[in-house]
Design a protein around this ligand. Structure first.
Ligand SMILES: [Zn+2]
Length: 82
């Protein structure tokens, strides 16, 4: 039996997304190591993660420098694009 209570769905999801603190992530990782139920739930996030993370990444922040009109008149236009 796991030594600690199962983390909630939200906590597992946060763990999957790397949003937990190091200490909290360690706790979840330790729990996962001995809890098949949570391992199964984590595995079920695979598809969810694909879409969820993709949505998070979709509005990929454009290079803020390119968004500034004056950037285009800088003497070294390729400076930020390399
Ligand atoms: Zn568990």
């Amino acid at each position: 039996m796991p030594a600690t209570a199962c983390p909630g769905h939200d906590e597992l999801l946060a763990y999957t997304l790397g949003r937990l603190s190091d200490v909290a992530a360690d706790d979840v990782a330790a729990h996962l190591g001995c809890c098949p139920d949570c391992q199964a739930e984590l595995a079920s996030f695979d598809d969810l993660e694909d879409t969820f993370v993709a949505q998070l990444r979709r509005p990929a922040p454009a290079d803020p420098y390119q968004a500034e009109p004056q950037w285009h008149s800088m003497p070294f236009p390729n400076w930020k694009r390399a």
